[in-house]
Design a protein around this ligand. Structure first.
Ligand code: URA
Length: 407
């Protein structure tokens, strides 16, 4: 009989878990055989002392086995996904996914909701009228086969143990633990039945990891875990010292993504899309990838795939509007150039105004009119905050104004 309280002490005593012990921890919590209080003690120990790579692999495997693992044997193409560690204005999945499909890949994508100050791809998709991101796995597989891409949230069929542990980590401030992050991200991705994965590891003041070096450590660990499960993983570190693209919010980010798919994307955003796309295409053995990606944007194929995916999920692309009633313009209080943007504060403000009286205000968000190093004159609008409630905007106006340093 395994004693859970003994297992909690392992890390402090420099002992390593075997597969039976890790399974016992994950399964016991999933099946309510251990309570939140004891599981929190275990999470705090891992947060404090970590786990080695072998234990992290066992933990990842145990989480995968708590749900179903998808198989895509009959697809005629490379099956790939892209994952970002989270940023502000990061809508790359909505743009790159259809582009990769138009270049010949299949993209089954399980995504998350907003976390901390970062936006969630599922929240953005669900702002499309009718879009159902919580379909069952059978339907998910059918859409991937038919359209090439389906983007869904984590349902109870995929890694249910992660869902439960993740929610406890969120409540107990134990998110920022490398082995727990790796297990959580990689279990979901490996369960998708992919051959390859491209990771966008964000670093900077709007990311969970502040430095490029921290990002590299995470990237290396995630790649190692992928290898153990026969998934080719490549990672890129990208800068999050300012919001990505022109908008952050819900409908406004979907509209911006559509603009990108129609060839009207902001340079900083398209640079990240093309860089990650290049890496993804190298995994899929697609040559001349930059030109191919530009071609599928110019000939309308990438947009058509996005439109079909939205349709298959019940969404109505013609009803996506960003009709807000109120806005506040944040203006430069002096002339000079933008020296610093506190991206995390802006992300926090956007997530705050995205919620209106407990529901989602799909038309709320922020438009970034000036970015780092841009020259401004006193009185120029640097950011526009918008929503359907002026009071909500006013409550975040100061925070956003204080996020900019002009020198
Ligand atoms: N995203 C996840 O899915 N899990 C984590 O632990 C962190 C980010």
């Amino acid at each position: 009989m395994i004693d859970f309280l003994e297992l909690i002490k392992y890390k402090k005593n420099n002992k390593f878990y075997n597969s039976k012990e890790i399974n016992f921890i994950v399964q016991s919590y999933l099946n309510d055989h251990i309570d939140e209080q004891n599981m929190t003690l275990w999470l705090k120990e891992i947060y404090e002392y970590g786990m080695n790579i072998d234990e992290t692999v066992l933990y990842t495997e145990s989480i995968i086995n708590s749900g179903e693992k998808i198989e895509f044997d009959s697809l005629d193409g490379y099956v790939i996904d892209k994952h970002s560690t989270g940023g502000v204005g990061d809508k790359v999945s909505l743009i790159l996914g259809p582009i990769l499909v138009a270049c010949g890949c299949f993209v089954p994508m399980v995504v998350g909701r907003h976390l901390g100050h970062t936006g969630g791809t599922l929240d953005k998709l669900e702002s499309i009228p009718g879009y159902n991101g919580l379909i069952n796995l059978d339907k998910f597989k059918k859409i991937v086969k038919k359209v090439g891409i389906s983007i869904i949230g984590q349902t109870s069929e995929i890694c249910p143990a992660d869902r439960k542990i993740y929610s406890l980590r969120d409540k107990t401030n134990t998110i920022a633990s490398l082995p727990l992050i790796c297990g959580s991200i990689m279990s979901k991705k490996i369960s998708e039945g992919i051959h390859g994965l491209v990771l966008d590891i964000k670093y900077g003041n709007g990311a969970f990891l502040e430095t490029k070096k921290d990002g590299q450590r995470l990237g290396k660990l995630l790649s190692l875990i992928g290898k153990k499960f026969n998934v080719d993983v490549k990672y890129l570190g990208t800068n999050m010292n300012q919001p990505l693209g022109n908008f952050s919010g819900l409908n406004c980010e979907v509209i911006e993504s559509i603009d990108c798919l129609k060839g009207r994307g902001a340079d900083d955003l398209m640079d990240v899309v093309f860089e990650l796309g290049r890496v993804a295409c190298s995994l899929a053995k697609i040559d001349n990838s930059k030109q191919k990606m530009i071609d599928v944007i110019n000939n309308g194929k990438a947009y058509e795939i996005f439109e079909k995916m939205v349709y298959e999920h019940g969404g109505d692309i013609n009803r996506i509007h960003c009709n807000y009633t109120d806005c506040i313009d944040i203006k430069a209080n002096e002339s000079g150039s933008i020296e610093f943007i506190d991206t995390k504060k802006i992300g926090d403000a956007v997530n705050y105004i995205n919620k209106l009286k407990g529901t989602r205000d799909n038309s709320s968000g922020a438009e970034f009119l000036k970015k780092n190093n841009d020259k401004v004159s006193k009185g120029d609008v640097i950011l526009r905050l918008f929503s359907n409630d002026l009071n909500t905007l006013k409550l975040r106006e100061r925070l956003v104004r204080e996020s900019y340093i002009i020198k």
